[in-house]
Design a protein around this ligand. Structure first.
Ligand SMILES: [Zn+2]
Length: 93
């Protein structure tokens, strides 16, 4: 299972784009989706995710350094995910 961190409240959740069970939010724009996508165990070791989770929970500004090339790759990947129906599911209520 994917370990992901909610970018809004710092809770651990089971996937980057699933609704957070703590705050109920789902990343709903491209930048938030990319940030959510980055905050998974695909990109950080779990120990690092826990650290980032604590930072979000304590209200610190997450200074995620995502360089442009990574951002572009992520956005391209998100388009593929969208094409497979995840974005459509996400926008439904
Ligand atoms: Zn949350």
């Amino acid at each position: 299972m994917t370990v992901a961190i909610c970018i809004y409240c710092g809770s651990v959740k089971g996937g980057a784009f699933v609704p957070c069970s703590s705050c109920g939010k789902t990343p709903d724009n491209e930048d938030d989706m990319v940030r959510s996508f980055v905050l998974t165990d695909h990109h950080f070791p779990v120990a690092q995710l826990q650290y980032l989770s604590e930072k979000i929970k304590s209200g610190s500004n997450l200074d995620l350094q995502i360089d442009d090339s990574v951002m572009q790759r992520m956005k391209a990947a998100l388009k593929l995910l969208g094409a497979s129906g995840i974005a459509a599911r996400r926008s439904g209520n």
